[in-house]
Write a protein that binds this ligand. Structure first.
Ligand SMILES: [Zn+2]
Length: 74
């Protein structure tokens, strides 16, 4: 019985170690990611903005809420 608990403890430890390793890998890749992001051109002023910072409306991209509002009033 004691052997069973030992095996269970080893498996549990392996799982915990594996998960922490996976977490480390994903945080490393996510911190490296912004440099690889595509630059998107604002359809109002032409400014290039990282893809994750653009605002999208009706298939158009904007650098700021103001440009999105002004362009859609026209
Ligand atoms: Zn703009």
């Amino acid at each position: 019985m004691a052997r069973l608990f030992l095996i269970l403890a080893i498996v549990l430890l392996a799982v915990v170690l594996w998960r922490s390793l996976q977490k480390k890998i994903t945080t490393q890749t996510s911190t490296r990611r912004p440099a690889a992001l595509d630059m998107i051109r604002c359809d109002y002023c032409g400014l290039h903005v990282p893809e994750d910072r653009t605002l999208r409306l009706h298939g158009r991209h904007y650098c700021s809420e103001e440009h999105m509002r002004v362009d859609n009033k026209r």
